[in-house]
Design a protein around this ligand. Structure first.
Ligand code: G1P
Length: 291
């Protein structure tokens, strides 16, 4: 099972990050020195993905521009001998083959993924949610691809969350197979506490097979009146084995302010050029605050 295509749903309205996201797509907010979407694309590329489809909406053209060439800026950088900066801006336009499709209507994650049908064709593919940024040694998408290949199965990423948090996510019914891999036999979206199968939700990464498209076409609206990918995956279980990978790494929900700030601090601490400075700044700050 070779996975070379990925789909990034990025058509959300960003209402949890207003007013910043009123005119700037939430995927374009900077985490340290790169927009959120670039971390997602770098993860995909370092997992072996070559072709990426971003599902956007009409307010997201800043994203297409970002992954394009910028001749005026590049000419200016060449003229002033700023070759490092030139390489940085060039790199973003050459990272992968990036394609776009508009979701047109905001009808849910399942509907956004269904827009990738023609792009995907008849191959397995990865889905990376635009809000979920990962920090890990082995890219999380690669961890999922390895498990999907080993078991000839679809795969979802997971990590246990606290019992009171599961209702914000989805809940998986799982049984251990080996190591960090579990078999999935059922799931539901945004379960009430009494409805949950476990405290393992799906967290932002999926390896899916093309049967999902036909399934999504006939999946009725679910939670929140939207077409839920989770409802489609539940039906995919009827034709495909599925595994859940308790992935190694830290996941940040950059679609809300606290998650965004956590990611900003952790990625800045890990950045070679700014990490040491931030450490001493935080130390001084903690002391000043008596922490
Ligand atoms: C989506 C998915 C949900 C998943 C979550 C985190 O929910 O529908 O199953 O657990 O992302 O990756 P949302 O955050 O869009 O409400």
């Amino acid at each position: 099972m070779k996975v070379t295509k990925a789909v990034i749903p990025a058509a959300g309205l960003g209402t949890r990050m207003l007013p910043a996201t009123k005119t700037v797509p939430k995927e374009m907010l900077p985490l340290v020195d790169k927009p959120v979407i670039q971390y997602i694309i770098e993860e995909a590329v370092s997992s072996g993905i070559e072709d990426i489809l971003i599902v956007t909406n009409r307010a997201k053209s800043a994203m297409d521009d970002y992954f394009d060439f910028t001749p005026e800026l590049e000419d200016r950088l060449i003229a002033s001998n700023k070759f490092d900066e030139l390489e940085t801006v060039r790199k973003t336009a050459e990272m992968a083959n990036i394609f776009y499709v508009r979701q047109r209507e905001t009808k849910g994650l399942g509907h956004a993924v269904s827009r990738a049908k023609h792009f995907v064709g008849n191959e397995p593919f990865a889905v990376l949610l635009g809000d979920d940024v990962m920090m890990s040694k082995v890219p999380v998408t690669k961890q999922l691809i390895d498990a999907a290949e080993k078991y000839g199965a679809a795969a979802v990423g997971t990590q246990r969350v606290s019992p009171d948090a599961i209702s914000k996510y989805s809940s998986l019914k799982v049984t251990p197979i080996e190591g960090r891999v579990m078999r999935v036999s059922d799931m539901n979206e945004k379960p009430r506490p009494s409805e949950k199968f476990s405290d393992y939700p799906i967290l932002g990464r999926y390896i899916l097979t093309p049967e999902i498209f036909e399934i999504l076409e006939s999946t009725p609206p679910g939670h929140g009146g939207e077409i839920q990918l989770t409802d489609g995956l539940r039906r995919l279980l009827g034709v495909r084995e599925m595994v859940a990978v308790d992935f190694e790494g830290v996941r940040y929900d950059t679609g809300n302010l606290k998650g965004f700030l956590e990611a900003t601090i952790d990625f800045a601490l890990a950045a070679p050029d700014i990490g040491d400075w931030l450490r001493s700044f935080l130390r001084a700050k903690a002391e000043a605050l008596g922490l």
